[in-house]
Ligand binder design. Structure first.
Ligand SMILES: [Zn+2]
Ligand SMILES: [Zn+2]
Ligand SMILES: [Zn+2]
Length: 224
């Protein structure tokens, strides 16, 4: 693959990528960096990043500042999405996928990153199993999924909806609800909300505490 050549220096980006990897391994220190970069190719870049307030160095410890984290996160996101793209689309045909991904991340326009993420279905990991940092598109997709369901307490009186799940960590309560026939797929209706919440499930009426009803998640019925 012939890649577009341009003159921007990527040393700082590559160093940030390296620091992120060390951070993931819990070894973000000058010593570990020295092991990774024995010829000190990134020495000058590290000084520049420190001067720019992107990294902080205290003794042997390196830390990314908030600004540094945001920048590094973006680079890693681009790199791992590029890996996914190369792996999923080119597969076996990719000659040197690791190198291609690293080149790719530099030429990927920021506004294209989310489009690729959407195209790939917001993948959570790269082909090596490492986490791809979330983008705005991933968060929006999650919200959309969230809006497909709602707590039973939000259901209007008399409107039928199917149970999507029970969202409780309280196991006895979960079993009790299941025993009452409130299982995923069951059609339920709110019969009354006051003075007590009464629902209709499978032709029987069940009174529920509000706190319990809030944990029952139903598929949002189509608006009429
Ligand atoms: Zn890279
Ligand atoms: Zn990877
Ligand atoms: Zn996404």
């Amino acid at each position: 693959m012939e890649l577009v050549k341009h003159h921007k220096d990527h040393t700082k980006d590559e160093l940030l990528e390296m620091l992120w990897h060390l951070g993931e391994k819990g070894r973000l220190t000058l010593n570990s960096l020295k092991e990774t970069d024995p010829e000190n190719i990134f020495g000058a870049a590290l000084g520049e990043l420190a001067a720019a307030g992107t990294v902080q160095i205290e003794g042997d410890r390196i830390s990314l500042t908030q600004k540094g984290q945001a920048t590094a996160r973006d680079i890693i996101r681009r790199h791992r999405l590029a890996e996914r793209l190369i792996n999923d689309v080119l597969g076996e045909k990719a000659k040197n996928p690791d190198l291609a991904a690293c080149e790719f991340e530099h030429i990927l326009a920021p506004e294209l990153v989310d489009s690729i993420c959407i195209l790939l279905g917001h993948p959570r990991t790269c082909p090596h199993g490492k986490e791809i940092p979330e983008g705005a598109c991933c968060r929006a997709a999650k919200d959309e999924i969230k809006s497909l369901v709602m707590p039973l307490t939000e259901l209007k009186i008399g409107v039928a909806a199917r149970v999507a799940g029970i969202n409780t960590k309280d196991e006895p309560r979960m079993h009790k609800l299941l025993a009452m026939g409130i299982t995923p797929g069951t059609s339920v209706k709110v019969h009354q909300k006051y003075p007590a919440l009464v629902i209709e499930a499978d032709q029987s009426q069940i009174a529920l505490e509000n706190a319990v009803a809030e944990e029952i998640v139903v598929w949002r019925p189509a608006e009429k």
